[in-house]
Design a protein around this ligand. Structure first.
Ligand SMILES: N[C@@H](CCC(=O)N[C@@H](CS)C(=O)NCC(=O)O)C(=O)O
Length: 221
C-alpha cells in the first residue's frame, strides 16, 4: 500500500532527528516540516500535544494516522527501513538500548534546564551520569564484538539501536562542546565512524549542511 510520510518537528535536531536518520539510512522518503513556531493547529493534532509527529497518509484512500512519541516513530520507520533485528530476543534487546539511549538524552536535558550554574551543571553531568552511560555503551559494544566485524549494539548488522545511539552522542558532543567526547572509549570512537559510513545516503546527509541546527544553544559558556 503506497504511503507518504511527513515528520513535523522544531527546526532542531534533538528528539526529531533519530527518526529522520533511520529513514535516510533505509531510503524511506520522509518529508520534513521543520518549524520555529509550534502553532495551535499542529499541537491539537498531536495525541499528547507534543512533537515529533509523524503523519502517515495512505495514498490510495487518503486516510491519515498521527503518530507521536519519538521512539514509536523511530520503530515505525525502522520497520520500513529494514533496521529491526529478525529474532524476538534481538528485537527486545534493540528496544532495551533505544530506551536506555532515551534516558541518557532525557537526563542531559534535565541537567541542561536545571538552572544550575553552567560549569557546575556540566561537571556534574560529565563526572556522573554521562560517564555512567558512556561506560555502559562501550561495554555493550565490547560484549557484542566479533572478530574483524563492524561494531553493533545488537547482532551482526546495523539496527535502529545503533542509529539512536549515534544521534544521541552527536547531540551530547555538541551540548558539551567536546568533539572528542568519546575519545577515551576506543570502541565507541570506532562505532561512530562506522555508523557514519554505514550507507551512502546516511553519510551524505550527516556530512551535509542540510541538517537542522543541533540545539538552541550549547553549554559553551
Ligand atoms: N516523550 C516525548 C517527548 C516529546 C517532547 O518533549 N516534545 C517537546 C520537544 S522535544 C515539545 O513538543 N515541546 C513543546 C510543547 O510541549 O509544547 C517523545 O519522546 O517524543
Amino acid at each position: 500500500m503506497p504511503e507518504s510520510y511527513t515528520l513535523h518537528y522544531f527546526n532542531l535536531q534533538a528528539r526529531g532527528e533519530a527518526a529522520y536518520l533511520i529513514a535516510v539510512h533505509g531510503g524511506v522518503p520522509v518529508t520534513r516540516n521543520l518549524f520555529s513556531d509550534f502553532n495551535k493547529d499542529l499541537k491539537e493534532k498531536c495525541p499528547f500535544g507534543q512533537v515529533p509527529l509523524l503523519v502517515v497518509q495512505d495514498d490510495v484512500s487518503g486516510a491519515t494516522a498521527h503518530i507521536v512519541q519519538s521512539i514509536a516513530i523511530c520503530e515505525f520507520l525502522a520497520k520500513k527501513a529494514g533496521l529491526i533485528p529478525t529474532s524476538h530476543v534481538e528485537q527486545a534487546i534493540a528496544l532495551q538500548y533505544v530506551l536506555g539511549v532515551d534516558e541518557f538524552r532525557t537526563e542531559v536535558y534535565s541537567q541542561y534546564y536545571s538552572g544550575k550554574e553552567t560549569q557546575q551543571a556540566k561537571k556534574e553531568w560529565k563526572e556522573g551520569k554521562m560517564k555512567f552511560f558512556l561506560d555502559k555503551f562501550e561495554s555493550f559494544l565490547v560484549g557484542n564484538k566479533k572478530e574483524d566485524r563492524d561494531l553493533f549494539l545488537v547482532g551482526s548488522s546495523i539496527s535502529w539501536a545503533d542509529i539512536c545511539l549515534y544521534d544521541a552522542l552527536v547531540e551530547q558532543a555538541f551540548l558539551l562542546d567536546e568533539d572528542n567526547l568519546w575519545g577515551n572509549y576506543p570502541l565507541l570512537k570506532k562505532f561512530m565512524k562506522q555508523v557514519e559510513n554505514s550507507s551512502e545516503s546516511f553519510k551524505q546527509y550527516v556530512t551535509s549542511s542540510s541538517k537542522p541546527v543541533l540545539y538552541m544553544k550549547n553549554w559553551r559558556q
